[in-house]
Design a protein around this ligand. Structure first.
Ligand code: BG6
Ligand code: MG
Length: 217
């Protein structure tokens, strides 16, 4: 029995969603746009370019491509400044036992992230070797909720979508997994991630029996 376990990165494997939020909040405030944690839910899983468009739309603002490019660079520089000293302490609780269990049981482990910073982050967290395949923001042209990122991931390890399980903290990512016909597991709040087939507050709440059942399903 073998399945393909696809993990989102930010907010699932590592605690970086908070840094994306802080960096976007800075841009929004600079533009005089109110940007709350609720607004931020809509940005989770969404590409950098689309995220900025959503913020501008919040403020009913239009901007030149030049300005947008400037803010996109600023956002990424600011985001990366939070990660300068990043190490394995940013790995979210309960993640390593699950990755280890999957490896020991010879399951496929794939990354499916919208981020263009995915690989350096996995390296800093010292977990890149767990992954059989990585698909990130540099590989896809259609952002979540389009299922492209997960479908590419499944293809890379030669698994049909029905034998894939996706772990996601974003609404867009859960929708992408569902559209692809994969099992969707939400990591976060049930009220927000109600479209997921299963939801857990975090990986410490995921029993290894649950993983084993998914493997044998
Ligand atoms: C996703 C995050 O994983 O990656 C989003 O949830 C982020 O918040 C997106 O905007 C793109 O990331 P990056 O690192 O390429 O700006
Ligand atoms: Mg995420």
């Amino acid at each position: 029995n073998q399945k393909c376990f696809i993990f989102d990165l930010d907010g699932v494997i590592v605690d970086t969603a908070k840094y994306h939020y802080l960096a976007w909040q800075k841009i929004a405030h600079q533009l005089g746009i109110e940007f709350t944690p609720e607004h931020n839910e809509e940005l989770k899983g969404v590409s950098r370019v689309r995220s900025l468009d959503l913020i501008l739309a919040l403020g009913n603002m239009e901007a030149s491509q030049e300005d947008k490019n400037k803010w996109l660079v600023q956002k990424n520089e600011d985001y990366l400044s939070y990660l300068v000293n990043m190490d394995e302490s940013e790995i979210l609780p309960g993640v390593l036992p699950v990755l280890t269990y999957l490896k020991e049981n010879k399951q496929k482990i794939v990354l499916g992230s919208a981020s263009k910073n995915a690989k350096p982050i996995l390296e800093k967290a010292k977990i890149i070797d767990y992954f059989d395949a990585i698909v990130d923001g540099n590989d896809v042209s259609n952002a979540k909720p389009d299922p492209e990122v997960f479908i590419q991931g499944a293809k890379k390890v030669n698994f049909p979508n029905e034998r894939c399980i996706v772990f996601e903290d974003s609404v867009a990512g859960i929708q992408a997994a569902n559209i692809a016909g994969m099992i969707s597991v939400g990591i976060g709040e049930e009220t927000i991630l109600h479209e997921a087939q299963f939801v857990f507050p975090d990986f410490t709440h995921i029993d290894l029996n649950f993983i084993q059942n998914l493997i044998h399903k």
